[in-house]
Design a protein around this ligand. Sequence first.
Ligand code: GLC
Length: 451
Amino acid sequence: MLRDCFKKSKIGVVVLLLFGSLPLAAQIENYQPTAANLEARTWFQDARFGLFVHWGVYSILGDGEWVMNNQNISIEEYEKLPSFFNPIDFDAKEWVQMVKDAGMKYITITSRHHDGFSMFDSKATDYDIVDSTPYGKDVLKQLAEECRKEGIKLFFYYSLLDWNRDDYFPRGRTGKGIAGRGEGEWEDYIAFMKAQLKELLTQYGDIGGIWFDGHWDQKEWDGNTFGEVKVDWQYDEIYAMIHELQPHALIGNNHHIGVISGEDFQMFEKDLPGQNTTGWGTPADQIGSVPLEVCETINGSWGFNLQDRKHKSEKELIHYLIKAAGYGSNLLLNVGPMPNGKIQPTHVKSLKAMGDWLKTHGETIYETRKGPITPNSDFVSTQKGKTVYLHLLNPTLNRISMDYVPVKIKRVSLRSTGESIPYRNDRYGFILDVSSIQKNDIDTVIDIELR
Ligand code: GLC
């Protein structure tokens, strides 16, 4: 109410300017990130690689995090899951070590997913890991402590949509077959989310940021296009609250649209920025000037899926990291831990392989920005200062050719040996003769020194 009044009344804002701090809504309308926030954005862009973790009671069923919706499990039945969720083998130290070995710089973990179950100790509900599982411990707290010790940043994924709570009403377009859902008040739901977010921002030390998801649930889908969002998510107040509690914390929202005021990074789900292989890719003209992050699964699922055999090869994973960087984006690579708290050994192995690759090639990925060469499936470029790293992903090419690149080149050489590579860059295009160089099956990096 008060929020709306102030939105409409300029006098209200002036009065508050004179008599105290601005109301949250007014702060967000002209969101100016603080210096600490801008610094965190740079850190984020430099980091380039993080681990996404989808973990919840759904892991017991081994059928992904959407199992409640996909199998139409009633609330009464689903609520039995916490009583036998007991991940005694969870070891925060082991996870964080795995992350470091993979060359990742941060973790984004589900604090509460669409099933509505909180993986942290929340006072706003008893439907959480501490109050309703035999395990009884806060996994986020353990992870936060370990991350702090090891210099890894921790972000929290937070679902806007909820299949469990009555006050998530009006309901969205998912979870319609879940029996036992009631009808409550939207304002109560917003208050609940605010209370939980406040907990996440005050009880886990400095966090990297909040990763929202589920916005799209409130858009009707007619089989072709999405309609308008039907509810007021009150992002203005929610974002302002987050920035007030931790100004450096970065806010992102997986809404698949352009950046909303108050957001500090933009994410792309299972698609490189501007691409749309999924059908929900954010259009290229809606890519903002904030840092970018692509999220992708290590196999075919977010949450633990027992029968998912689509484990990506090490080469595919490394290529995706390189391509993301070539698009000026981070890669947030997901694993779905098992119900015992362990990560599937095959995934640990793939992550280690990525880390090993980064040990030699990290300089061409970390702290880079996208290079001047338009990425394609054969090659992409990253850049740091006056060096452009041209990543040749297709080892069968003998000649790399593209349109003229508007840069002044001093020298082109093979990164691994330093040998010069013949090139021309003029009105006929930029052409490199790579016929005589030794190519690597995964990535051959060519250093282009600029003047
Ligand atoms: C989708 C899914 C969700 C997953 C997310 C990760 O929005 O609904 O299960 O958490 O993608 O990007």
